[in-house]
Design a binder for this molecule. Structure first.
Ligand SMILES: Cc1cc2nc3c(=O)[nH]c(=O)nc-3n(C[C@H](O)[C@H](O)[C@H](O)COP(=O)(O)OP(=O)(O)OC[C@H]3O[C@@H](n4cnc5c(N)ncnc54)[C@H](O)[C@@H]3O)c2cc1C
Length: 457
């Protein structure tokens, strides 16, 4: 019997939870209005788990990773369910910049020195398959999320990072015969972005952009046609029971042969008996969206519609929305506050890059958590027998979640999957993890110092 209709024989838990769970105010969409939530299609009509069920794979987390894993498992004929504590896309998946970029944090040339040519070539192919599969999934479910291959500009803040980007373009031509990337001169960069902030750039033409919350909701609606997707259903604990696991949720239990943890930067929301939360650092990222720009103000800003991230370690990322708003983000305030003061540094950076935006109104300010791994690669695999995970996208999850989920599903089918450092066994708990807020402060200061030292005009 499928997960949706097979009850467990054990008694259901009867904790009194009505609909939504009690989350800290700063973590709730209702108090974190974003441009995406203000312009999203309605959330699909999904149920809360209220009766015990049995399945092969219980997926914890209903963001891009969890939903996409369910998509591929279902295609392989593997019975699964998705258990989401809040709404589909409530986490970073529904709050991000929507930039479907085709670069790992390390560039291609540097990556080759790190992991060798063959592994880098394989990682390149996986990433490109990731965006092609993302596009195919959007088409399969007819998701209206504005996906388009608008291109992604990586803008260099100095001569040294520009030289690394140039090495990447040469590497792609030489080792992959790939012509989708190009190095841009200072003048061309200035024309494409509409600022003199950068000394040059790398343009990746196959990259794209989405409305992230519409994508998450559309994906949830599509997946839910064949896989039970439960919302307002936090997994509050689990234990082994013979060869299976029993997962606790407030109103019912799930018996599963295997578990996939797809909770990324929100892994610490509930204290599950697994050390995954200690393998990544949850770093806040803040975004603002302006009012729609008047044609005279918008003139010359991102005229061809690419999305942009820059090469700073504390990087800036920005794009235009279809209604000509500037969406601009960077490292957030550690407090997680949504008060305007917590966005002052983002707005100052936006005004520096685009002086013409000094007097425009900010209509939306919101934040989310990015799950950083120490090596900036995502990681997936088996944490202990029967417990799988896909986390640590380090701010690049729109394509990487798709890539990881597809590979994770292959692993759950029993296939051997090797993705170099992404599947490396060296993804261990971070020593003294509980001090991460201090670590973030120290690294932010140090990285800002290094970024400033590299800046050339
Ligand atoms: C502000 C911001 C901007 C970003 N911009 C970009 C960008 O432009 N491009 C890009 O590629 N990447 C970007 N990212 C990164 C990207 O959003 C993430 O990598 C990606 O969304 C991670 O998806 P996920 O499904 O793994 O995790 P999430 O989307 O965070 O989902 C995790 C889910 O797990 C749920 N959960 C947690 N614990 C439990 C539990 N015990 N039981 C049940 N459910 C649970 C949470 O409620 C949450 O919904 C950005 C991130 C942020 C925060």
């Amino acid at each position: 019997m499928r997960a949706s209709d097979k009850p467990l024989t054990s008694n259901a838990l009867t904790l009194p939870v009505s609909g939504r769970i009690d989350m800290p105010a700063s973590e709730r969409y209702s108090t974190v209005p974003s441009f995406w939530s203000a312009t999203a299609h309605p959330h699909p009509d999904l149920r809360t788990l209220d009766a015990d069920i049995e399945t092969d794979v219980a997926i914890v987390g209903g963001g891009f990773t969890g939903l996409t894993t369910a998509h591929y498992l279902q295609r392989s004929g593997i019975d699964c369910v998705v258990l989401e504590a809040n709404d589909a896309g409530w986490g970073a998946s529904g709050r991000n910049g929507g930039m479907a970029v085709l670069r790992y944090k390390s560039g291609w040339s540097g990556l080759t020195q790190q992991v060798g040519l063959e592994t880098t070539q394989h990682m390149f192919r996986m990433l490109h398959d990731g965006i092609d599969s993302l596009e195919a999934t959007i088409a399969e479910y007819g998701i209206e999320c504005g996906f388009g291959r608008c291109g992604h500009v990586t803008a260099a803040h100095g001569a040294q990072p520009l030289a690394a980007l140039e090495a990447d373009v040469r590497w792609l031509e030489r080792e992959m015969g790939y012509e989708g990337a190009a190095l841009l001169s200072r003048q061309e960069t200035s024309r494409l972005i509409g600022t003199d902030e950068y000394v040059g750039a790398y343009l990746e033409r196959r990259s794209g952009a989405i409305h992230p919350l519409n994508y998450a909701r559309g994906l949830a609606a599509g997946v839910a046609q064949k896989v039970p997707v439960f919302v307002s259903t936090p997994v509050t604990g689990y234990r082994r029971d013979g060869a299976a696991f029993v997962l606790d949720t407030p109103r019912a239990r799930v018996r599963a042969k295997r578990i996939v943890v797809a909770t990324n930067a929100y892994t610490g929301l509930f204290p599950l008996p697994i050390d995954l939360a200690r393998r990544i650092v949850p770093v806040p990222s803040n975004i603002v969206a302006t009012e729609p720009l008047a044609p005279s103000v918008a003139a010359g800003i991102l005229p061809e519609g690419q999305v942009v991230t820059d090469t700073r370690r504390i990087n800036l990322y920005f794009r235009m929305t279809p209604d000509r708003r500037m969406v601009f983000g960077s490292r957030g305030h550690l407090s997680g506050s949504n008060e305007p003061w917590a966005f002052a540094h983002i707005e100052a950076a936006m005004h520096r890059v685009f002086p013409a935006l000094r007097d425009v109104r900010i209509d939306y300010r919101w934040n989310g958590k990015v799950g950083f791994s120490l090596d900036y690669f995502p990681h997936f695999g088996q944490a202990e027998p029967g417990i799988y995970y896909g986390i640590g996208y380090s701010g690049r999850g729109v394509v990487l979640t798709h890539m990881v989920a597809k590979a994770l599903a292959a692993m759950l089918r029993g296939e051997s999957v090797d993705a170099g450092p992404i599947t490396s066994a060296r993804f261990a708990p971070i020593p003294m993890h509980r001090f991460y807020p201090i670590g973030i402060r120290l690294y932010t200061a140090y990285y800002k110092f290094l970024d400033a030292r590299e800046e050339t005009r």
